[in-house]
Write a protein that binds this ligand. Structure first.
Ligand code: CO8
Length: 256
């Protein structure tokens, strides 16, 4: 795929690395980045070559330093709501990806950048990572899903503390809060290792597990889990996985 503000590369294992590439602006999310991200995740959804996604930002300094503040300064009530809804939809399409999506966070993940990382299924950080929702300091609030996703990830009280103070949280504290899965020296290598482990499991099971977990915050979640479990019982993968265990051999999953 060819983009102006992103790079998009798929390796032999089906891991697609999407890199937001505006390092001179700390990878801030302007309209073009958002449109290209939207397109890239549509490609991910339809491509049979893509099995998993690693999303990161170019350069050492930032994952993404937020929405482009230059673009925010001229919004009115109508355009502000529209821009917020459009970003929410794009981030929702990332969360809805039925292939595992891991954010690799180096440096700043602020405002829309933190919200983007939260829309990914898992987050792996380097020690330089800094998370924060500084919008109140700009007279705004998070508008790309941050007020909704952060409480689910870290709990309401901690989410309110971050959102109302705008304070920055360093990598280790973010790990303790559950905002990142791990803090490691080589987060790209670690993310690829994690994704490779996930991809060794039954692909339909992985897909259904992501769906089931994202229903865990509503009462229908148990019903969804049972439906998805039942659906898996009809797959060749589940027959292969259980037979392989009983026959003491490694499973050979076909994704069917
Ligand atoms: N938007 C636009 N440009 C940015 C942004 C940004 N968010 N962040 C950094 N830049 C630019 C700087 O303007 C600068 O450009 P130039 O060289 O042309 O002057 C370049 O990137 C480098 O930045 P700095 O010189 O500031 O680098 P420092 O190392 O001194 O500072 C910081 C790094 C602390 C990260 C600093 O850049 C900063 O505070 N950035 C803004 C962080 C922020 O407030 N982010 C939240 C933005 S609001 C938001 O994300 C709302 C999301 C919801 C939107 C809903 C839609 C309506």
């Amino acid at each position: 795929m060819s983009y102006t503000t992103l790079t998009y590369e798929t390796d032999d294992n089906g891991i697609t690395t999407i890199t937001i590439n505006r390092p001179d602006k700390l990878n801030a999310l302007n309209k073009e980045v958002l449109n290209e991200l939207s397109d890239a995740f549509q490609q991910v959804a339809v491509s049979t070559d893509v099995k998993a996604v690693l999303l990161t930002g170019a350069g050492e300094k930032a994952f993404v330093a937020g929405a482009d503040i230059k673009e925010l300064s001229s919004l009115d009530e109508h355009t502000g709501r529209m821009v917020s809804q459009k970003g929410q939809q794009i981030f929702q399409s990332i969360e809805d990806t039925r292939k595992p999506v891991v954010a690799v966070v180096n440096g700043y993940a602020l405002g829309g950048g933190a919200e983007l990382a939260m829309a990914c299924h898992m987050r792996i950080a380097s020690a330089s990572a800094v998370f924060g929702l500084p919008e109140v300091g700009l007279g705004l609030i998070p508008g790309y899903g941050g007020t909704q996703r952060l409480p689910h990830i870290v709990g309401r009280a901690r989410a309110l503390e971050m959102i109302l103070t705008g304070k920055q949280v360093k990598a280790e504290e973010a790990r303790e809060m559950g905002l990142v899965n791990m803090v490691v020296e080589n987060p790209v290598d670690e993310a690829k290792k994690l994704l490779t482990t996930i991809l060794s499991n039954g692909p339909v099971a992985v897909r259904n597990a992501i769906r089931a977990v994202y229903h865990s915050d509503n009462k229908r979640g148990f019903q969804v889990e049972a439906d998805l479990f039942g659906n898996l019982c009809t797959t060749e993968d589940a027959k292969e996985g259980t037979s392989a265990f009983l026959e003491k051999r490694k499973p050979d999953f076909k994704g069917k």
